[in-house]
Design a protein around this ligand. Structure first.
Ligand SMILES: [Zn+2]
Length: 74
């Protein structure tokens, strides 16, 4: 589920600057043990990418979240 407020403003991808992981909000795992996007935002660890692409997230050193994306290297 996309968040239409700061700092994401409706973007698809959300970085977690604490774990250096990127999440796909269109495929979010919303279980308590899932992506925990709201917790990431609450702790001020949420990062938006500009442009809002996976390629940009990877270029900034973020790895895919294993819960909402394939291809995590962790
Ligand atoms: Zn995720």
């Amino acid at each position: 589920m996309r968040r239409h407020y700061a700092p994401l403003y409706g973007r698809r991808f959300c970085g977690n600057s604490n774990k250096m992981e990127v999440h796909d909000l269109d495929n979010e795992d919303e279980r308590a043990s899932g992506c925990q996007i709201d917790e990431i935002i609450a702790h001020n660890h949420a990062v938006a990418f500009d442009p809002d692409t996976l390629q940009k997230a990877h270029a900034e050193g973020y790895d895919n979240c294993a819960k909402c994306m394939e291809g995590s290297t962790r």
